[in-house]
Design a protein around this ligand. Structure first.
Ligand code: GLN
Length: 429
């Protein structure tokens, strides 16, 4: 059965497609010439399932989206010593601000350029050549994405030729002994880190790795320790969106990191990774349509981190076959992750005849996305010849209709009668 998720994502893209606010970054020549129009989104669940829409295979450079991951890699290599060279406080300043903590002379956090240059210098040991360090970095980013990433060397060369601002940052860091390498080498190494190329699918998988406690959900490889993944997400949530970080957390509530080429990565712990791409940026350097997509996703999927909702991945409590009837018992909060896992179970079980009884008495709340996905999948099942019935005494699925009408409803007695016939299976399919 076809999942309704891709169509939902297509609709989201359509809602923002005509917005041409903002402008492509112009301080890196290759970005100034970039096509401003591509638009794409991808989601990856912590079970490794990917959904995508729009220009989802289009490659773009990661830029600042590398920062949280390389911070994670530095923590893997050096543990808490990383915090000797970089702080954990939001800076509230723009990404390339020439500022350091006044008393410690460390950059405020690893998400601003000063912090990212300092962290880059730790990778593969402070004595590493630029070449070896960059190779380690790109290899690591490839393990996160589950494939070897290409690198836009031409863009990196051009960026380095005009990198006065980043060079100023590197000189400042050197003058305070935060880095030891030659300033030009430090910036070269950092800029090459930023030039790794990804699609939104890659971003979604990389973000899902953070959401999944450091285990890449497709390859199964533990790429980061759980504590490192958590710390990385924490820093993203307070500083990932630069001087817009506070408003972002209030409005969207998904730890995120933006890049100047238009990518935007978001990671919701225990649930999913998100990647969007749209090159026009706002004055804070964050993708305009990317931001809108996240706002809509957060609202309609109920993804705000501060929602008191339980994580919904175990929404299917059991699937039991009693004669002609299959009873699907749902539980918890039916948010996006829950609806996605329900759809996945239903698709796996290829129901074609008899009656599907949905028992929702254990459901706590249903987000609008849950209702929407459920009704679309139930409609498809009905048109495939299946009868649908609901046991919903407290009307949790309010307004849920299948093809415009309310499905047959079973009361407790009727459900008990269905369940009085011993199940043919043990609930595990
Ligand atoms: N390479 C870019 C720079 O250092 C990355 C900045 C960004 O994506 N915000 O300026």
């Amino acid at each position: 059965m076809k999942s309704p998720v891709p169509q939902y994502l297509e609709n989201l893209l359509d809602e923002v497609r005509d917005n041409t606010d903002g402008a492509v970054a112009d301080y890196i020549p290759n970005l100034a010439e970039a096509d401003p129009d591509p638009l794409a989104i991808a989601l990856c669940t912590v079970s490794g399932r990917i959904y995508a829409a729009g220009d989802a295979d289009r490659l773009f450079t990661m830029q600042s989206i590398t920062k949280p991951f390389i911070f994670g890699l530095a923590l893997q290599e050096h543990g808490e010593k990383v915090l000797d060279v970089v702080g954990l406080e939001p800076s509230g300043e723009s990404f390339n601000e020439l500022s350091l903590d006044r008393s410690t002379h460390r950059p405020m956090n690893p998400m601003i350029n000063a912090g990212a240059i300092a962290v880059n210098q730790l990778i593969n040991g402070t004595e590493s050549s630029v070449e070896d360090r960059v190779a380690v970095i790109h290899d690591f980013l490839g393990r996160l994405a589950g494939r070897r990433l290409s690198v836009d060397g031409d863009l990196a060369d051009n960026e380095l030729a005009g990198a006065d601002r980043n060079l100023a940052l590197a000189h400042m860091l050197r003058s305070h002994g935060v880095i030891n390498d030659d300033a030009r080498d430090a910036v070269d190494s950092y800029i090459r880190q930023c030039a790794a190329e990804v699609s939104v699918r890659d971003l979604a998988v990389m973000a899902a790795t953070l959401a999944n406690g450091g285990v890449q959900p497709q390859t199964g490889e533990r790429v980061l320790d759980a504590g490192v993944a958590r710390l990385t997400l924490a820093v993203m949530s307070s500083a990932g969106m630069y001087d817009g970080a506070g408003r972002w957390m209030a409005r969207v509530g998904i730890p995120a990191k933006s890049g100047v080429s238009g990518g935007l990565l978001g990671s919701l712990p225990g649930q999913l990774g998100i990647g969007t791409f749209s090159p026009r940026l706002d004055s804070e350097g964050n993708s305009v349509r990317g931001r809108l997509l996240y706002e809509r996703l957060s609202d309609s999927m109920g993804l705000h981190l501060m929602n008191p909702a339980e994580v919904g991945v175990h929404a299917v409590r059991s699937i039991l076959v009693h004669g002609e009837d299959t009873v699907l018992t749902l539980q918890g909060v039916i948010n996006f992750s829950a609806a996605e896992s329900i759809l996945h179970e239903i698709a796996r079980h290829d129901f074609t005849e008899g009656r599907l009884v949905l028992d929702v008495t254990r459901v706590v709340t249903v987000e609008s996305i849950g209702r929407r996905f459920l009704s679309s999948v139930l409609a498809k099942m009905r048109s495939a010849g299946l009868d649908i019935a609901l046991h919903d005494p407290e009307d949790r699925l309010r307004e849920l209709t299948v093809d415009g009408d309310r499905p047959e409803s079973l009361d407790a007695e009727e459900l008990a009668e269905v369940e009085s016939e011993p199940p043919e299976n043990d609930g595990e399919w």
